[in-house]
Design a protein around this ligand. Structure first.
Ligand SMILES: Cc1ncc(C[n+]2csc(CCOP(=O)(O)OP(=O)(O)O)c2C)c(N)n1
Length: 323
């Protein structure tokens, strides 16, 4: 069932590559937000606009043989690792050509060709899945690692603690990546954690942990790249906590600043650190224009693909669906 790992050849110039990936994810999600009110997109959507630098920084350091698991806020993870945009867009439309044949929607993205193990609506559930997959990689001696993305809310699940302990004990090749945007739906960290010393807590499992205060794409990339060789040789897991900000509402295409639980001032602060704008600054106007044009054409084609694709046949309703 599992195809050989294959992904598009990487652009040799890292500056161009990081910008392309960041801008592509941003524009895909902006288009999703634009299309959403038309009701053509059949699933709820959790946008990662503002948080893209983390997925891109981690995934750019990975190889085709490496895998990722994600959260329901998983568009960036899926695209940064090389998941098919056509298949993702069709999945959002509920179409048969989607990456979960239209039955999973935005929250359940999977692409084993690109080694995207899956994303899930149920908070924390992809953490033990990633650890199990890493155990298999260790036993099969593939040298592959798994990057396991999770939100700060997922660190409160029991399976997070169990997975960290198991991965540390068995020295499994997992990069745990906490995308800490400070909220679980509307609940801030200050009402959920007695201290914000997450990295100190993780370190007690015997896992090296590092916090990135502004989720800088290049710094995250460098850190992961440096850690990978040791991990491939049995060095065990690492953990990174990346502070970030979700610019949009928890679920849906809009904003939620009028709901009273977080401020526009904080948004403005984080927008000054916009990972896409930061990457753009390293390029000439001509380089940006060429990349932007390619991205727009690719997104337009993906929307045409999704719209033209058929819905799954009614007899297929129960196929590949597990309770
Ligand atoms: C096991 C489980 N418990 C509760 C929920 C309800 N829920 C959906 S999203 C969410 C918040 C999770 O926050 P976080 O992990 O920080 O991710 P973020 O939305 O900030 O990216 C919760 C509690 C759920 N989906 N699954």
């Amino acid at each position: 069932m599992q195809a050989k790992a294959k992904s598009a050849p990487k652009e040799p110039d890292a500056t161009l590559r990081l910008y392309r990936s960041l801008r592509r994810i941003r524009r895909v999600e902006e288009e999703i937000a634009r299309l959403y009110p038309s009701d053509k997109i059949k699933s709820p959507v959790h946008l990662s606009i503002g948080q893209e630098g983390i997925a891109v920084g981690v995934c750019d350091a990975l190889e085709a043989r490496d895998a990722v698991s994600g959260t329901y806020r998983g568009h960036a993870t899926y695209l940064a690792k090389g998941g098919s945009l056509n298949a993702m867009m069709a999945e959002l439309y509920g179409k048969d050509t989607g990456c979960a044949r239209g039955k999973g929607g935005s929250m359940h993205l999977i692409d084993m060709r690109a080694k995207v193990l899956g994303t899930s609506a149920v908070v924390g559930t992809t953490v033990p899945v990633a650890v199990g997959y890493a155990l298999a990689q260790k036993r099969l001696k593939t040298g592959a690692v798994v990057a396991c993305f999770l939100g700060d809310g997922a660190t409160e699940e029991g399976c997070f603690a169990e997975s960290l302990n198991f991965a540390a004990l068995h020295k499994l090749p997992v990069v745990f990546v906490c995308e800490n945007n400070g909220f679980a739906i509307h609940e801030p960290l200050s009402k959920r954690w007695a201290t914000d010393r997450l990295c100190a807590r993780v370190a007690t499992y015997g896992i090296p942990a590092k916090r990135f205060a502004d989720s800088d794409t290049v710094a995250i990339r460098k850190h992961i790249e440096k850690a990978l060789p040791k991990m491939r040789k049995g060095g065990g897991p690492i953990f990174i906590e990346c502070l970030t900000w979700r610019w949009r509402e928890h679920v849906g295409p809009g904003e939620d600043y009028d709901a009273g639980f977080r401020s526009k001032a904080m948004l403005a602060k984080w927008q000054k650190k916009d990972p896409v704008a930061k990457a753009a600054k390293a390029l000439s106007a001509k380089q940006r224009a060429a990349i932007d044009a390619e991205i727009e054409a690719e997104i337009a084609a993906a929307i045409v693909f999704a719209e033209a694709s058929p819905f799954p046949a009614i007899e297929e309703l129960g196929t590949d669906v597990y309770a």
